[in-house]
Ligand binder design. Structure first.
Ligand code: C2E
Ligand code: CA
Ligand code: CA
Ligand code: CA
Length: 275
C-alpha cells in the first residue's frame, strides 16, 4: 500500500508539472501569436427560424500553435486575460471580424457579426475610439457590429464596465449578455445595463425535454427578455425538439450544431449564397 501511495504521488507530481509547463508554453506562445499570424476565426450562423434566414455570425477564435497544435479558446483566453495579451488579440479579432463582415454585405439583407470581448478589453479607455477607427477604415457601419460579454464578466466588473458600455451604446454598437443564466445577474442590474440581447446559455437548452424545471427557467428568461424588450438568442441548439420548445416560448433566434458548426470565412460566403 505504501508503494502504491508513493507511485501515485509521483504520477500526480508528473502531471502537475506537465500542466504547469503547458500553461507556461501557452503564455510564451501567446506573446508572438498575433505577429506570427497563428490565430484564425470561425463563424457560426445565428438563424431566425421563422424566416429561415441567417441574420448574423458569431466570431469564434482558434489558435493554430505549432508547438501544441490547434487550441480552443477555453485553453488560452483565460491565460491571455491573465497576461494582458488579450488586448492585442482582441484587437486582432475585431479587425478580422469587421473586415470579413464587410465582405459579406453584397446587396442582400444585412448580416451582422458578433464578437466576444473580455472585461479587460472593455476597461480600456480607448476601446471605443479603436472600434470606431477600425469600422471607419473597413467601411462598415456601427450597426453591423455587436459585442458579446459573458454575464459573469459583466456583473463582476459592473462599476468599471457600465460607463464604457454606455459609450458603446451611444456609438451605435449593440451589446449582448452572453451565457445568460450562469452569472447571477441581479434583475436590477439588467435594468440599468445597456444591453440589446440576451443569449440563453447552452446548458439550459441542453436539458429541454428532460427536465420540466429547466423548461420553466427558460420560459422565465423568455418572459424577462420580452418584458425588458430585449432580443433573445438560444445557443447550443442541437435537436428538433429543442427548436419546437423554443419557438413555443417566443424565442426565434438560434445558434447551434443543428444548423451549423462554426466554419471558416470562405464557407460563410457559400452559406450566404442563397440566404
Ligand atoms: P461562447 O461565446 O458561449 O461560444 C459558444 C461556444 O459553443 C463555441 O465554443 C461554439 O463552438 C460552441 N457551440 C456552438 N454551438 C454548439 C452546439 O450546438 N453544441 C455544443 N456542444 N457547442 C456549441 P468555442 O468556439 O470553443 O468558444 C468557447 C468560448 O470561448 C466562447 O463561448 C467564448 O466565451 C470564448 N471565445 C471565443 N472566441 C473568443 C474571442 O475572440 N474573444 C474572447 N474574449 N473570447 C472568445
Ligand atoms: Ca459568445
Ligand atoms: Ca455563450
Ligand atoms: Ca459559453
Amino acid at each position: 500500500a505504501k508503494d502504491k501511495g508513493r507511485s501515485n504521488t509521483q504520477i500526480y507530481n508528473g502531471r502537475l508539472s506537465k500542466m504547469m509547463s503547458r500553461k507556461f508554453v501557452i503564455e510564451q506562445g501567446l506573446r508572438k501569436a498575433v505577429d506570427k499570424r497563428e490565430f484564425s476565426l470561425l463563424y457560426q450562423p445565428i438563424v431566425h427560424v421563422q424566416t429561415k434566414k441567417i441574420v448574423g455570425f458569431e466570431a469564434l477564435i482558434r489558435w493554430n500553435y505549432p508547438v501544441l497544435g490547434e487550441l480552443l479558446p477555453l485553453e488560452f483566453i483565460p491565460a491571455a486575460e491573465e497576461t494582458g495579451e488579450i488586448i492585442s488579440i482582441g484587437e486582432w479579432v475585431l479587425r478580422q471580424a469587421i473586415a470579413d463582415c464587410k465582405s459579406w454585405q453584397r446587396g442582400r439583407s444585412p448580416i451582422y457579426v458578433t464578437v466576444n470581448i473580455s472585461a479587460r478589453q472593455v476597461e480600456q479607455p480607448e476601446l471605443i475610439q479603436r472600434i470606431n477607427g477600425i469600422l471607419a477604415e473597413k467601411g462598415l457601419a456601427q450597426e453591423y457590429l455587436k459585442l458579446e460579454i459573458t454575464e459573469g464578466a459583466a456583473m463582476t466588473n459592473i462599476d468599471r464596465l457600465l460607463p464604457q458600455f454606455r459609450k458603446l451604446q451611444d456609438a451605435g454598437v449593440d451589446i449582448a449578455l452572453d451565457d445568460f443564466g450562469t452569472g447571477y445577474s441581479s434583475l436590477n442590474y439588467l435594468k440599468i445595463f445597456p444591453i440589446k440581447t440576451l443569449k440563453i446559455d447552452r446548458s439550459f437548452v441542453k436539458d429541454i425535454h428532460k427536465d420540466p424545471k429547466q423548461e420553466a427557467i427558460i420560459k422565465t428568461m423568455a418572459a424577462l427578455a420580452e418584458n425588458l424588450q430585449l432580443d433573445l438568442i438560444a445557443e447550443g441548439v442541437e435537436q428538433e425538439q429543442q427548436i419546437a420548445f423554443l419557438k413555443e416560448i417566443g424565442c426565434y433566434k438560434m445558434q447551434g450544431y443543428y444548423f451549423q458548426k462554426p466554419v471558416p470565412a470562405d464557407e460563410v460566403r457559400m452559406l450566404l449564397r442563397d440566404n
